[in-house]
Design a protein around this ligand. Structure first.
Ligand SMILES: NC(=O)C1=CN([C@@H]2O[C@H](COP(=O)(O)OP(=O)(O)OC[C@H]3O[C@@H](n4cnc5c(N)ncnc54)[C@H](O)[C@@H]3O)[C@@H](O)[C@H]2O)C=CC1
Ligand SMILES: O=C(O)[C@H]1O[C@H](OP(=O)(O)OP(=O)(O)OC[C@H]2O[C@@H](n3ccc(=O)[nH]c3=O)[C@H](O)[C@@H]2O)[C@H](O)[C@@H](O)[C@@H]1O
Length: 369
């Protein structure tokens, strides 16, 4: 398409996260259709995160531009650098060769996801030993070589990119004859899957080894707060796990629509990556799932409540009111460590917080149902 409409030399910029060597494929296609026009392909991966996109755009940690190491390539890199120089300090604009730029984006996402899987792996050990994952993460993160960010234990990471990008990295390693490296990165996803099923097991085993016919309130469905995006959200796996044991689920998320939730729960794994026009227009509603527009409504008459997204409003709910309207014993399973377990225990809840010392009730129950 670019070749069809171009009338003068062009710089083509890759912003998407792509397999290493994609620029080469683009270059070949454009060159073969060029009609005498010259193209320079640059890799300029996007590092913004959802929920903080504008801030990330205005104040990026770094901007990365990769290009061909030829005079024309360097000129194209400089042209794009000049655009960013309008608002990004020069020392934050990094220039590299094309393949380094493409690979750096995959590597950055893999490192970020690896940190979460690392702290989540430690959270399982904390529960087994009486350590507190928040204290451990704080102590570990105080080492300036490690740093404090991205060490929040959770029910698992989600979002459209981490899993996709790691699988991309794994595929590239396998294609390049590096199975050991591929297996190393695969483990980050395996731990993420383990964390989600571990959470479901905790819910089921705590509630007398079954949630069949029990009402479970789910607070939060988006993959993180401040977005309505549900792609690869851990809530999908947790809800499917609970539905597998025949729970009745009542979901409240401030941003996600009922239609989206039903669509997500009706879809097979990885179908999220299919364009909307290939998805069923009216998916069969999952009958045991209801979606409500209020946390109090979701928890009314519930046997247990699961917090799956760290929305700020969940921190300030009236948990006494929630407790009064729930079945007893009333359970809270905090998949984001946003509530104070001690305060909730004082109210009367049985509380499970990821990676925190278990209360007496949970200690007596097997970790796996
Ligand atoms: N969403 C985010 O916060 C960030 C996304 N990225 C990267 O940006 C890219 C786009 O991400 P999103 O906008 O979130 O995805 P998206 O799913 O909203 O948009 C992707 C678009 O590509 C189209 N598409 C998919 N396969 C195609 C194909 N084979 N041929 C032509 N078009 C195709 C889809 O129909 C869709 O319109 C991805 O590579 C992602 O990794 C990078 C940083 C942040
Ligand atoms: O390539 C992309 O699309 C983007 O992917 C991530 O951004 P995003 O997925 O929007 O959100 P994150 O803030 O990274 O969170 C991802 C997941 O990890 C979880 N998470 C994050 C941090 C943490 O400490 N613990 C944790 O469980 C979040 O809840 C969420 O489910 C990266 O942070 C961006 O730099 C990158 O540009």
């Amino acid at each position: 398409m670019i070749a069809d409409v171009s009338k003068s030399d062009k710089i083509v910029v890759e912003k998407s996260t792509v397999p290493v060597k994609t620029a080469e494929a683009i270059e070949k296609i454009l060159t073969h259709n060029s009609k005498g026009i010259n193209y320079q392909i640059l890799s300029n991966p996007e590092f913004l995160a959802e929920g903080t996109a504008i801030e990330d755009l205005f104040k990026p940690d770094r901007v990365l531009i990769g290009g061909r190491e030829t005079p024309e390539g360097r000129k194209a890199v400089q042209a794009l650098k000049d655009v960013y120089a309008h608002w990004v300090p020069e020392d934050r604009i990094l220039t590299t060769n094309l393949w380094s730029a493409e690979l750096s984006k995959l590597a950055a996402n893999a490192f970020l996801a690896q940190r979460i899987s690392s702290v989540n792996a430690i959270s399982a050990l904390c529960e087994a030993t009486g350590a507190n994952v928040t204290e451990v993460a704080y102590a570990v993160g105080k080492d300036t070589r490690i740093g404090p960010k991205f060490l929040n234990a959770s029910v698992g990471f989600g979002g459209s990119c981490f899993q996709k990008d790691i699988l991309n990295l794994v595929y590239i390693c396998e294609c390049n004859g590096l199975p050991e490296v591929a297996n190393y990165w695969k483990q980050v996803i395996k731990i993420n899957d383990y964390q989600k099923s571990r959470f479901v097991n905790r819910v089921v085993s705590s509630m007398f080894n079954t949630v069949a016919g029990k009402k479970i309130a789910v607070l939060g469905f988006a993959f993180k707060k401040d977005t309505g995006d549900t792609r690869e959200t851990p809530a999908i796996d947790v809800c499917k796990g609970l539905l597998g044991d025949k729970a009745q689920i009542s979901i409240y998320d401030p941003q996600v629509t009922e239609d989206q939730i039903q669509r997500d729960l009706a879809m097979n794994k990885f179908d999220w990556d299919h364009p909307m026009h290939l998805q069923p227009t009216s998916p069969t509603a999952v009958k045991q799932v209801s979606c409500v527009w209020d946390a109090y409504e979701a928890t009314k008459g519930a046997h247990g409540l699961c917090i799956l997204t760290e929305w700020d409003e969940f921190k300030t709910l009236d948990y006494q009111k929630i407790f009064d309207n729930m079945q007893k014993p009333a359970f809270v399973f905090d998949g984001r460590n946003i509530v104070d377990p001690e305060k909730l225990r004082e109210i009367g809840f049985i509380v499970y917080s990821i990676g925190k010392p278990l209360d007496a009730w949970l200690k007596d129950m097997p970790a796996v149902a």
